[in-house]
Ligand binder design. Sequence first.
Ligand SMILES: O=C(O)CCC(=O)C(=O)O
Length: 427
Amino acid sequence: MLATLVFVAPRTDALGLTAPHGSGARDPRVATLARLADLARQQARAILCLGAPAWAASLGLDPGLSVAPTAPETLAGRLESRAVYLAGGTTQVEILQLAQALCEDRREVVVLDDACFDARPNVHLRALSTLRAMGCAVAPWSRLLADPGRVTLGGYASGDAALYTGRLAPHPAGSHFAAVDAEVAWQTALHRGGVVPRQMALQGEVRDGVVPLYRHPLDFNPEMVPFTPAVEALRRAAEGLVGHPLNHALVQRYRDGRDWIGEHSDKTLDLVAHSKIVNVSLGRTRTMTLRPKRVGAAPAETERVPMVDGSLFVLGPASNAAWLHAITQARALEDDGPRISITLRHIGTFHDPRTGAVWGVGAPWARRADALAALDARPAPDREARRREAERMLACFRDENASEVYDPERYAPGFEVLDLSALNVAV
Ligand SMILES: O=C(O)CCC(=O)C(=O)O
């Protein structure tokens, strides 16, 4: 039997939760508990709710799962599974007694620390150290996502963003992370002359020497190579999930918990309209934050997605337009070892490095022949012209970060520069 998940709220006011589930207001702690309930249901875990039926109902759980937290020893005897996870509140004496009874029975008790709350943080911390001293383990709630089954945590951001687990076939040699890490030629990237705090590589569908071109705020794109075998297998799984081609992969390596990427929305200049973006995560869990661009959005509206090993995060066009995302530096709870992310996109702009032609959705010319004819008809743009074009492109990128509206027209009539290198004094 899969481990039991026990939601604890002997007194509903004890957790200091301000916005009950379904009230319309967002309280990130309620959202976390509701996600956890959703996850446990999908994993067919036994769920028990210690507290009032209204508390169970507020998490979207069957109020019938509610049990009064009396007689902890009897309750411990009724829980059949070897491992028991605790979420919600930890400070009530009945909970400490239940945990003690379970530990004495040599069960594995895991306190899901980032899904436990109390209106009085100091009391909460004291309860946590008591639970540790009893022999309870402490882990983030994303630990439950490590089970191999399929889970979908949907409804992030504007509603078209979701985290999927259990979608990848096992790698024949044991680890997708090790395979990708070994076959990718990692490079250092620069933005406005500064080193980007993570390693990068570019792979794509290279056809007859023509490459898909994705422009975003970087001084130079790493050299693009055709998909390597382990990346190709992941790309196919991601294509199966979203149901459209993904011809471009930005592969990034966060060397440890100090590497990060700042808040941004993905640039739509070169994306096929309305396509989805997929982030495959390998290795250590890191958190993606999602924050509404809306002016006046409350900090509490920020959502936190645990990007666990083997998960696929789908970012739909509505969420990309209205929300910013980032990978924050690791916090104490998170494991700060290396993580690889593979961001897969459907690119509609193409570049032929032999001729310099650029055509497609993000270029002034829709067709290759027209791009070539234009190149033949005029002298190559000088450095000042390229600088002006790169400056215009950067201004559009900034505008897209600030605007909640998906508007491909912001980039009209399109760009020929490949990157922002023309903005560098040294170039
Ligand atoms: O590492 C990740 O999962 C996020 C990458 C990302 O946001 C990007 O490349 O735009």
